[in-house]
Design a protein around this ligand. Structure first.
Ligand code: PLP
Length: 365
C-alpha cells in the first residue's frame, strides 16, 4: 500500500497524533459509565460552540451521510414538500434522497460552478410551493463552493418555512455556520473534515421546531433521532455508543476551538486565498467561477486539457502528493486540494504547491 507524505484529500483528512492517541485509548463500558456521559456532553457543548447554536446536538456513530439520511427520515413523511437547493453533487443527491422516502420535491438547480447568490427564485418557489423543509449544502466539497446561508435563513424565517436543513459536513469548523443566526433547524456534520478525526462520527444540531417534527413523524429505526431527545436524562443510547469515536470527535472539536473559533476561520480563509492565488499563477483555472463563492476548506481546480487526470494523479502520487479527484459529472475534469482541519496548514500546502508546480511544468496553461 502506498503512503503519501503530502495528504491533501478533502476528507478524510490526516488525523493528528493527539487525536489518534485518544482514539486508540482503552475505555470502559460506554453508556454505563459517568465518564462517558461527561465526554458526550462536553463534545455536544464544543459542537454547539463551533456551530454557534444553543440547539441540542446529537452525536451518532457513522459517517456524515448518516446525518444527512437521519434528518430526512426523522423529519419527513411521504408527501411532505421539500424545496431542494442544488448546486452540486450533494445538493442534487439530497433531493434524490428526499424523493426516495416519498417527499414531494421541488429542486432549484444551479450549475456546479455556481453558488446561491440570487434568492429571488427561492422566494418565488417558497411562495408557490409552500415547502415544509428547505435543503441546502453549505460547502459543496466536490466543486469547492460555499453557498451563503444567512440570506437563505432570513428568507426561510420571514416566509415561515418550518425547517431549514443544511449539510455542513465540510464547512463546520472551517467556515462560519452560525446556525442560530441563520435559522438552521438541522445542521448536519461529520468527523472527518475540519474536525480532523477518523471518519466514524456524524453529528446534528436540532432546533425545537425540528424536535416537534421528529415527535410528530415518529420515525423508528437504527438511525432515528427520537431516542436521542431525552438522552441526557435517560442515559440510554439507542445502541452501544462508540466511546473512541466520541473521544476523537471531542479532541477534534477542541482543536478547532484552540486558540479560538475565529482563528480557525481566519486560518482556513488565509490558506484558501494563498492556495487559489498560487494555483492561478501556475496557469490552472479554478473551477468555481465568479460570482460563485469559493470554499475556504477546499479548492477545486480544472484538470488541464494537456494533462489528463489519470496522468496528473499518477505524477503527483509519484512525488508523494495525494489530492482528490471529483465525482459525478466532474470526474476527470476537476481535482481538489483539501485544506481543512489538520490540512489547513501553510507548510503542508506549500509542499503540495511545490509538487504541483514541478509536475505540471506549464501544462496548467
Ligand atoms: N456532504 C458533503 C458536502 C460531503 O462532502 C460529504 C463527504 O465528502 C458528505 C456529505 C458525506 O460525508 P461522509 O463521507 O462522511 O459520509
Amino acid at each position: 500500500m502506498e503512503v503519501y507524505p503530502i495528504p491533501m484529500v478533502p476528507g478524510p483528512v490526516k488525523v493528528p497524533e493527539d487525536i489518534l492517541r485518544v482514539y486508540q485509548t482503552n475505555y470502559g463500558a460506554p453508556g454505563l459509565e459517568a465518564t462517558f456521559w461527561d465526554l458526550y456532553h462536553e463534545t455536544e457543548f464544543r459542537l454547539q460552540q463551533i456551530l454557534e447554536t444553543r440547539n441540542r446536538i446529537v452525536i451518532q456513530t457513522g459517517e456524515g451521510m448518516l446525518a444527512l439520511w437521519t434528518a430526512l427520515r426523522s423529519c419527513l413523511k411521504p408527501g411532505d414538500r421539500v424545496l431542494s437547493i442544488a448546486t452540486g453533487v450533494f445538493g442534487y443527491g439530497i433531493a434524490d434522497m428526499a424523493k426516495s422516502i416519498g417527499a414531494e420535491v421541488m429542486t432549484i438547480g444551479l450549475e456546479y460552478h455556481e453558488t446561491l447568490n440570487d434568492l429571488r427564485p427561492v422566494e418565488k418557489a417558497i411562495g408557490d410551493f409552500k415547502p415544509k423543509m428547505i435543503t441546502v449544502v453549505h460547502c459543496e466539497t466536490p466543486s469547492g463552493t460555499l453557498n451563503p446561508l444567512d440570506g437563505l435563513g432570513k428568507l426561510k424565517k420571514a416566509m415561515g418555512v418550518p425547517l431549514l436543513y443544511a449539510d455542513v459536513v465540510s464547512s463546520a469548523g472551517g467556515a462560519p455556520v452560525r446556525v442560530d443566526a441563520c435559522h438552521v433547524d438541522l445542521a448536519l456534520g461529520g468527523s472527518q473534515k475540519c474536525l480532523s478525526a477518523p471518519p466514524c462520527m456524524a453529528f446534528l444540531s436540532i432546533s425545537d421546531r425540528a424536535w416537534e417534527e421528529i415527535e410528530r413523524v415518529n420515525y423508528n429505526g437504527y438511525d432515528a433521532l427520537k431516542p436521542f431527545r431525552r438522552i441526557a436524562e435517560t442515559r440510554r443510547f439507542p445502541y452501544t455508543p462508540y466511546w473512541h469515536g466520541v473521544a476523537a470527535l471531542n479532541a477534534g472539536a477542541a482543536l478547532v476551538l484552540t486558540p479560538g473559533l475565529e482563528d480557525s476561520f481566519k486560518r482556513h480563509e488565509t490558506i484558501a486565498r494563498h492556495c487559489r492565488k498560487a494555483i492561478v499563477e501556475m496557469g490552472f483555472a479554478l473551477f468555481p467561477s465568479p460570482p460563485a463563492v469559493p470554499s475556504p476548506t477546499v479548492t477545486a481546480v480544472r484538470v488541464p486539457e494537456t494533462l489528463p487526470w489519470e496522468e496528473l494523479d499518477r505524477r503527483l502520487r509519484q512525488k508523494g502528493l495525494v489530492v482528490g479527484g471529483s465525482h459525478g459529472k466532474l470526474a476527470g475534469k476537476v481535482f481538489r486540494l483539501g485544506h481543512m482541519g489538520s490540512q489547513a496548514d501553510t507548510a503542508l500546502l506549500d509542499k503540495a504547491l511545490t509538487v504541483l508546480r514541478d509536475v505540471i511544468g506549464g501544462a496548467g496553461r
